[in-house]
Write a protein that binds this ligand. Structure first.
Ligand code: FMN
Length: 181
């Protein structure tokens, strides 16, 4: 028997993609924000979408710098990911506070997170209607790289190495750890 699920959490049916840490710059200050709501839009041209509340520091940073990086944290960063989501980059330098390595990116101004298992470098595709009505940030991916023992043409979830982490809601995260077909 099925039971009704509150609509406020119904997105969790389709939600658990890997949590990402989005980084950009505002007045040269680096922003780094966990984002769980995201999706691929197109593989040719490669394009993604992020849902970012417009009061977040990262939102302002992306609009100013016009590019951003999407960094995939590994499982051993789960605790830090939670903490990164509890403070604003407007008040603290999160890279410094959490002793994270900030690295230059290959094709965008925004920094990349050293230690991430994968990085997408994106240029903001400015779609005013989506941005202002729905807070949807579109990015054209101009460079992508990943640790070779973790991602080949897909995440190697069956390996014993580091893995992306998935947000189930609230304070709960899980790991994809089994390939079934
Ligand atoms: C696991 C996790 C996922 C999150 N996903 C989103 C999201 O998809 N969109 C969003 O606007 N905020 C999301 N947040 C909240 C922001 O990360 C959080 O409010 C953060 O402190 C904002 O930082 P900033 O002001 O430095 O950008 C998430 C937080 C966590 C911990």
């Amino acid at each position: 028997m099925k039971r009704p699920i509150p609509l406020s959490i119904c997105y969790r049916f389709i939600g658990p993609g890997p949590v990402v840490l989005v980084s950009s710059l505002y007045d040269n200050k680096a922003a780094l924000t966990p984002i769980a709501w995201h999706m691929p839009i197109s593989d040719d041209p490669p394009m993604i979408a992020l849902e970012i509340w417009d009061k977040h520091f990262i939102y302002k940073a992306i609009l100013q710098t016009k590019d951003f990086t999407v960094n995939i944290p590994s499982s051993d960063m789960a605790d830090t990911v939670r903490k990164l989501g509890s403070v604003s980059g407007a008040k603290v330098d999160k890279y410094k506070k959490f002793r994270l390595a900030k690295e230059p990116s290959k094709k965008v101004l925004s920094p990349s997170l050293g230690g991430a298992i994968g990085v997408l470098e994106c240029k903001l595709r400015r779609d005013k209607a989506l941005l202002t009505k729905y807070n949807i940030v579109l990015g054209d991916v101009v460079h992508a790289e990943a640790e070779e023992e973790v991602f080949t043409d897909r995440w190697l979830v069956e390996s014993s190495g580091p893995k992306p982490i998935h947000h189930l809601g609230g304070k709960i995260f899980c790991l994809p750890d089994k390939k079934i077909v």
